[in-house]
Ligand binder design. Sequence first.
Ligand code: ZN
Ligand code: ZN
Length: 863
Amino acid sequence: MVPSDQLPKNYDFTEVEERWRRTWRDEDNYFDKNSKKPQFVIDTPPPYPTGNFHIGNALNWCYIDFFARYKRMRGFNVMFPQGWDCHGLPTEVKVEEINKITKNDVSREEFRRMCRDLTIKNIEAMRITLRKMAFSTDWSNEYVTMMPKYYSKTQLSFLRMLESGYIYQSEHPVNYCTRCETAIAFAEVAYEDRETTLNFFDFDGVEIATTRPELLAACVAVAVHPGDDRYQKLRGTSMKVPIFGHNVPVVQDDAVDPAFGSGAVMICTFGDKQDVHWWKQHNLALRKAINRQGKMTEIAGRYKGLNTSECRKAIIADMKEKQILNRQENLAQRVGTCWRCKTPIEILSERQWFVKIKPDEIQKAAHQITWFPGHMLLRMENWVEQMEWDWCISRQRIFATPIPVWFCTTCGGMVTPDEKDLPVDPTLVQPKHACKKCGGTSFSGEVDVLDTWMDSSISVLNVTGWDGNGNPPYFPAQIRPQGHDIIRTWAFYTILRSVALTGQKPWDEILVNGMVLGEDGFKMSKSRGNIIVPEEILVKYGADALRQWGAMGAATGSDIMFNWNDVVAASRFQTKMWNITKFALMQLGKGGFDKDEPVTALADRWLLVRLSDTVEQVSAAMEAYQFDVALKAIREFAWDVLADNYIELVKGRLYQQDASRRSACLVLHTAFDALCRMLAPFTPYFAEECYSYLKGESVHKQPWVSFTYDDDAARTEGNLLVQVVAEVRKYKHDAGLALNAPLGKVTIYAPHTVNDEGDTGRTLNADVHWRTDVAKLDRVITDINFNRSVVGKTFRKDAQAFMDAVKALSPEQLEKPPKTIQVKGVEAEIPADAFTPKFSYMEEGAKVDVLTISDIIVTIAKK
Ligand SMILES: [Zn+2]
Ligand SMILES: [Zn+2]
């Protein structure tokens, strides 16, 4: 133990946090492959390396670090890996911006190199924030999805799923962003409310309404409801598409709403999901009017080469000229847009690669996982239930994992690489074998690349040691922590891939965190100007305060509003704890306590009972990932129980030199040691600093607190003791007395005997007597308060005479006043509210003040 005079007066978080960051060793957080301890593998989310570790990441990582540290203290062999999910559009777009190029201006290789360089720089910057936040990352298990070591596994998983029939290629309608020129998954479609125009026009004698006249060239049928009498004659016939002149069949379908417009609709390939459904249902032709760049195709005739909005204007103008446009209406509409660039998506039919979605398999695995909080499972269930299309995994981009496939130029057959040759880029190298079908030796490599989720959905397989041979050694992982915004993507895809590749659930548990909202309660965004960056908090209040905010902000799974006040409160708690530390170390530094000596004093036993309760409460909350509950209990114990009650009670005793001092020191040591250990997961720097002064050891190498203490009498009597002291101190305060001012005699009439070892007397600076008999108190009237305005108004110049007459009444009469009274020989009525008697109590002949605390009576005879 370090002498307390060596402790700085104030807690300087900047100095302390920096010092421990330099002292701690990465090796202490490594997962030990040879350990006999039970494993606790965390499938950490690999963030996208934007260069900024944002506040939402910070919250998520706080949760992870709380339980990673807790589980280590609980004796688990913990793996807290750190991954980086590198591929994808945002980096491509950034590289294009920075270098003022488009991806087509340089070679694929050069473009990839630029993306890789930017990513490495960004990862470096984010690693620094992770370290400052004191996350106990296992850096020996870091992975970077763009590196060959990782993406060879992505390619291996692709080949395995191709083999087992989970992956196939096909021409199928997909969501497509014509600005980014790539297919995107349903989960990546964002929806926006927009105003559009509904155009009613004459379609070969029938009125049809459309918001997208530019799709007229892609019209493949007209649909009517089978029960719609207006169109009896049209059944089995065909109609001529205006402007373009091709004939399309009339089909009947129950899904057509006869009440909407004229009850006839046109089916185009493809205006929306419904078109895709009808197109399949009725086996219709495919007319591709829009290409990958969002331009009109050959099929659009003289509109060819226009973009969709130019084409829309031109067709409306032509309809007007031909006098077939009947009318136009404004219409509010939800439009699916690209998550990245907000361009409205088109549904294009393209040759793409798909992963089969088997809803039952996914539901089954999802139910084998324990969800925190439980209701998040419902989100997964709902998402799986509404799945209609398979997962389109091919992208027409560059910075991504290549699809490891070639096509034989002679026969078109597919050729895949040997697994030992992975990773491969089929656009750069040729297969090592001739075509198995035709013996051909000329190939073209697949230029499409994989959706980024194909990389990140095997994160759990990667960290658990998957190499394609049998089940991975550390699989399944124990937990997946992630935000609720990516349940439909990352959680969904991971479950799908784990089941497809191993037949098992990926994790035992999933812990879902909420989003961080700005101080104004809105989602943080540049346009609102409500973004808070972790670095700003780190500079102003330090990592421990930020971490406490993360724990206390909200129940796990709920969205959390950022609030500077919470950070300030966290920092104040540290100041309070620092003062407790200094006091405790000063007392303990004087030495003289023995671990084996029994704790006897009531206040000491009471503190141990309360500590035992707190440990139980905090442990249960940690097991259930309720960090707000855990930290709140710790703070209450430290602040209210230990500092405000206990220390105040035993301060006097600590200045004595006897067994009762030793008892208090032992308790102080026990409580302080436990507090440091319970705080270790939440405030690793602060707990380390305090514990190092106490024990000269690292708190992060200590086991979790296992303290239990049972003493019902101490609980009841101690609560009573604390309550009495608090009330009498309040009495002193209300009476304008200093808390240490001498008080005279205090008698406490309690239901049972209390032996407080003199703590109450020393704390109150009074001669304290605990008694169990009934207080013998005489109530006496010591004064009369007159209501001067009432008395003056009624008696005028005789007011004094009235008051003298009242004062002459007997105590009984004063308590129950008569109706009338003699004033100067005249019988006068006593007005209501004329006076109130003031009572006092006498005990054994001395005047006392009386406090009533539930069934306890306290009498105070001031000096
Ligand atoms: Zn886009
Ligand atoms: Zn061939």
